[in-house]
Design a protein around this ligand. Structure first.
Ligand SMILES: [Zn+2]
Length: 1026
């Protein structure tokens, strides 16, 4: 994977804590306390302890160590959290665009000395209960993290990871498969033309089909032109074919060495055990080297620069005549200065985030562009941080105007500063983020400290966030103009700034295709007949290797018997508050209260349905009661952890033709803010300001832009949603709310010159949705806060009692399901039943300006409670791991592909960033034939089961506990029943369900492809082309 790291605040958003469950459960603080017993200077398994620091705000103890012989650095964060994490990162600083660190990241995972089988990384996905496994290439480091809740699994994965990074095979064949190669288009046919293939080659072509990515990449390359940041670490597609296998091995030798490594471990497993294993299996085999990978400071410019780039036109853009991007980017200070970096990320939020920010007022509200550019804000992923400000979706003639506004706004900020309340709101947000408990805390920490630590910043200092907050408050107290002076220094007087514009070029894709063709011809012209013969033979060898049955027995594995036979029970209780049913779930939420309300859409007239997502995205942002939208945003930041509304389509667990449709309200707050949070909801219920057309237009533009930008990233989701559209009634609603239909609808709305029609719809929708008659609520809080929450919820219900209206349901068949499984007579969920629904077969193609495809086929099968459901879950995993991955990714060159069984009873095949289109559909079919042939072993089945369980048992945050029963009526008993069925799945069961539901004559399916112009599909009348 290749990623562009975001700003510190973005990362802080992920620093959510497992929290103070100790005081709640009355457990001992054994893990953190025990770790405090380490002392500086102590030697353990070849390491020396440098520092031991308690970080009470994050409930952890940090231990910093160094490896004596090699100089490898190590940080351990001991915390009472069973979701243990390991990560190793190397400083990787490429000096060309061949993508060498990225291709290396892929190839080291293709087999190693101790684990020489092909692709141990992907194989471990099925031999472990990992909660996370991945690898990332950033601009200047490469990171390999995993997490698991099982101690044995941790050791297994650690062994595989260590061997992969330090002793990889790096076979030539791995390099061809993952990097690039010339090969006959059809490898078995010498007369078929030679083409470029390779996983990273295609991945980067896909990545560069995203205009926002193209822009961000150019911006970084041009703002830091003198060293490693001037190149594309992921690889420029046309430079990738310049990399040789020798260069790849050389890069490994110099960069993947303990002297250039940083180890991070997190969780409740003992540190000694980790150190011992790391020393024995890896570090003891190395001597210290001088890796020489430091990134020098970027020399400062003495005068600002301007530059310009082009991109492909976006057919989905809300306004085709406005597709320019323009930003001014400032180089700031060194990210290893922890406080300065913290202050700058706070300052950046104050300047840009939310409707009260000066840049929002100056750039977004005049509607010069559709939204901020995605690079806007603080970015701490390079050695010197940067701040960027500017717009996307603007007209070329507005360029000077935008530059002027940016300049002017900086001047205004220096003059006026920021309101104290906004600073408080921001610090409150940080407090909530630190208290909120997430399930992947270890991973958030690893990525939070990665960049600064990579340049020898102090990771422990970074963890002490409250020290930075205190210092920040102190600085503001001592000097009221503190922030204004910083703006003066970092922005007004900063000569190292770049103004970069991007305009679409109609012939962009054509030029790219030509350049690729030229590169290909150059390579081909240099080949002798012998070379061509060799290419053909190598192609066949690769194909043969890919076709060979894999022996993975060298890899460690958990057994099915290592999986817990029963699930932990989550107690909830139902009650009635102000005539509305409420579910309470007591959880160690660390002082936060989580509120949800599900509002049914059963009475909403059909013609308003398409507007529901729009309603949801604006209803908390238009202002309410006595607050205008700015004041409302401010209050939400000051008093809550956010308030959101989202459309829901929930399939029934027992019947595919039944579903619930609704809208989910969600918010959280510190317990002291409960009354304020409910006052905000009250005002949204009773007096939202829907009539502000100007405000609505800004919000519409932003959501349309966001939807359009998301397609190249989530194309497989859109393809799956579309292929399922005509298979179940719920599938149809999904397409309406989350599919391409919604994307196109929002584009149409964004293009309307007059939005009065829309502003008239919103109050009509509100009458049906924000209606206590159609509502049920859920509260997750600590036991102490439950009754207090109930009291405030009750007075909220009184306040909105006037909204209670009884409307008739639009669809005739409404089925009631009790909310409380123990009482049939109590309150119920109301599901729409369409007993006469006829699924139909439909093939849809969306032509989009991407060089790659997203392919999907969905098949209607059975609901969750059906006896075959578990077998279908296991089958999907097994087909993915044992067949589809090989055919679609390894041979086909797609970034990803597989099958999944969804809760709505749909078995879906998909491919992601795929150079092939209709060929992939036949790969799906071959997968079914493979399954029906029964050529899989008990080991294959057990691996698929492990993989299913690792997702079934993935940790659930206290804020989300009890949600499956609240939203879907899925009880612990049903889950336990499903679990037992999963354990029981046999070889015969898998054959049966493959035959019964997926075989050509039997299946009820739909197909969809998103991709570039496709002649074969155009000529084939069985396709609907959109
Ligand atoms: Zn990748």
């Amino acid at each position: 994977m290749f990623r562009h790291t975001k700003a510190v605040l973005e990362k802080l958003r992920n620093v959510r804590l497992q929290g103070q469950k100790l005081s709640w459960r009355q457990r001992s603080t054994a893990v953190e306390e025990k770790t405090l017993h380490y002392i500086a200077g102590q030697q353990i398994h070849g390491f020396t302890v440098k520092e031991v620091v308690a970080v009470p705000d994050l409930f952890l103890t940090a231990v910093k160590l160094t490896h004596d012989k090699t100089g490898a650095q190590y940080l351990h964060a001991a915390r009472d959290d069973a979701n243990n994490l390991f990560s190793i990162q190397f400083r990787t600083t490429p000096m060309d665009n061949t993508g060498v660190p990225h291709i290396l990241e892929h190839t080291v995972l293709c087999g190693s000395k101790k684990y020489p089988c092909r692709d141990p990384f992907f194989k471990m996905l099925n031999r472990s209960l990992s909660t996370f496994m991945n690898a990332f290439t950033a601009s200047d480091y490469t990171m390999y993290p995993f997490s698991t809740q099982n101690g044995k699994d941790f050791q297994n994965l650690l062994s595989v990871y260590l061997d992969a990074v330090f002793f990889p095979c790096l076979r030539e064949q791995d390099f061809w498969q993952e990097g690039w190669r010339l090969e006959n288009e059809n490898p078995t046919d010498t007369s078929s033309p030679l083409v470029f293939k390779g996983v990273v080659f295609n991945e980067m072509k896909g990545a560069f089909s995203d205009n926002e990515r193209v822009y961000a990449q150019h911006l970084q390359n041009k703002l830091y032109p003198d060293h490693t940041y001037s190149v594309v670490s992921g690889g420029e597609p046309l430079a990738i074919p310049d990399l040789t296998w020798q260069q790849l091995k050389q890069f490994h030798a110099t960069h993947y060495h303990p002297s250039n490594a940083r180890f991070f471990t997190y969780g409740d497993l003992p540190l000694e055990q980790h150190l011992k294993q790391i020393e024995e299996e890896a570090l003891s085999k190395f001597e210290r080297i001088n890796p020489n990978t430091q990134v020098p400071s970027q020399p400062r410019w003495t005068s600002p620069r301007e530059d310009h780039v082009t991109c492909s036109p976006d057919l989905m853009a809300p306004d085709p005549s406005r597709q320019n991007t323009l930003c001014v980017s400032y180089m700031l200070g060194d990210i290893t200065n922890t406080f300065e970096a913290f202050m700058l990320s706070m300052l950046s939020s104050l300047m840009t985030s939310g409707p009260n920010a000066p840049f929002y007022k100056a750039l977004i509200e005049p509607k010069i562009g559709t939204d901020f550019s995605s690079v806007v804000g603080y970015d701490g992923s390079t050695k010197e941080a940067s701040f960027s400000i500017g717009l996307q979706g603007m007209a070329e003639e507005d360029t000077e105007k935008v530059k002027h506004i940016i300049h002017q706004t900086i001047g205004d900020i220096i003059e006026k500063g920021f309101e104290e309340e906004r600073i408080e709101a921001l610090l409150h947000k940080l407090e909530i983020q630190m208290k909120h408990q997430s399930t992947n805390f270890g991973l958030s920490l690893a990525s939070y400290i990665a960049s600064s630590w990579n340049h020898d910043g102090d990771p422990v200092e970074l963890l002490q966030i409250n020290n930075s907050v205190a210092k920040f408050r102190q600085a503001l107290k001592e000097n009221p103009r503190f922030l204004q002076e910083k703006v003066q220094h970092y922005f007004k007087e900063n000569t190292h700034r770049l103004t970069l514009s991007m305009t679409p070029d109609d012939s962009y894709l054509e030029k790219q295709a030509k350049a690729e063709e030229k590169k290909l011809q150059e390579k081909i012209n240099a080949l002798s007949d012998i070379d061509k013969k060799e290419i053909y033979e190598k192609g066949l060898q690769l194909l043969e290797a890919q076709n060979k049955t894999q022996d993975a027995s060298c890899l460690p594995a958990l057994k099915v018997s290592d999986i817990a036979p029963t699930i932990p029970v989550t107690p909830v209780h139902m009650s009635d508050v102000g005539c509305v049913p409420v579910q309470f779930c007591e959880q160690p939420t660390n002082g936060l209260v989580y509120f949800r309300a599900m509002c049914s859409l059963n009475t909403l007239p059909e013609e308003l349905k398409l507007y529901v997502p729009l309603f949801c995205s604006v209803v908390t942002k238009m202002g309410c009661g006595s607050l205008d939208y700015r004041q409302q945003a401010q209050q939400m930041e000051l008093r809550t952890g956010g308030m959101s509304v989202s459309p829901q389509v929930i399939s029934d667990c027992t019947d595919l033709d039944m579903f619930e449709q609704g809208v989910l309200l969600f918010s959280s707050c510190l317990d002291r803010n409960l009354p304020h949070m409910f006052e905000l909801w009250r005002d949204i219920f009773t007096s939202p300001h829907f009539d502000n057309e100007e405000r609505l237009r800004v919000l519409v533009m932003m959501s349309a832009q966001e939807l359009a930008n998301g397609i190249s990233y989530s194309g497989h989701m859109y393809a799956m949603t579309r292929s399922a559209r005509h298979l179940t009634p719920a599938g149809e609603h999904h397409e309406t709310f989350d599919g391409m239909e919604q994307v196109r609808f929002m584009k149409r709305i964004a293009e309307m010159s007059d939005l009065t029609q829309v502003t008239r719809m919103l109050p009509r929708i509100k009458k049906h949705i924000l209606n206590p008659d159609n509502m049920r609520c859920a509260i997750n809080a600590t036991p102490q806060q439950v009754s207090k929450s109930a009291t405030y919820l009750e007075s909220f219900m009184k306040d909105v009692a006037a909204n209670r209206k009884h409307f008739k349901a639009v669809r005739p068949n409404i089925i009631k399901r009790p909310l409380d499984v123990l009482s049939d007579s109590g309150p119920s969920r109301k599901l729409v039943h369409e007993p006469n629904f006829h699924p139909c077969y439909m093939k849809t193609f969306f032509q989009l300006p991407f060089p790659v495809n997203f392919v999907s086929e969905s098949v209607r099968t059975v609901p969750y409670s059906h006896e075959h459901y578990a077998s279908l879950c296991v089958l999907a995993r097994m087909m993915t791991a044992k067949f589809l991955h090989g055919v679609i990714r390894e041979k086909g060159g797609a970034y990803g592909g597989g099958a999944r069984m969804g809760g709505g009873g749909l078995f879906s095949f998909y491919s992601y960033r795929d150079p092939n289109s209709v060929q992939t559909l036949s790969a799906f079919q071959k997968g079914v034939e493979w399954a029906m042939s029964g050529q899989f072993s008990q080991q294959d089945i057990d691996e698929a089961k492990l993989s299913v369980f690792s997702s079934v048992d993935s940790p659930v945050a206290p804020s989300s506990k009890g949600m499956s029963v609240f939203l879907s009526g899925l009880t612990d008993e049903m889950k336990q029943h499903h679990r037992e069925r999963l354990f029981a799945v046999t070889h015969k069961n898998l054959l049966d369900v493959a035959e019964r539901y997926l075989s050509a004559g039997h299946k009820t399916c739909g197909v969809s492809i998103l991709g570039p112009e496709n002649d074969a599909i155009k000529k084939d009348p069985s396709w609907v082309v959109k």
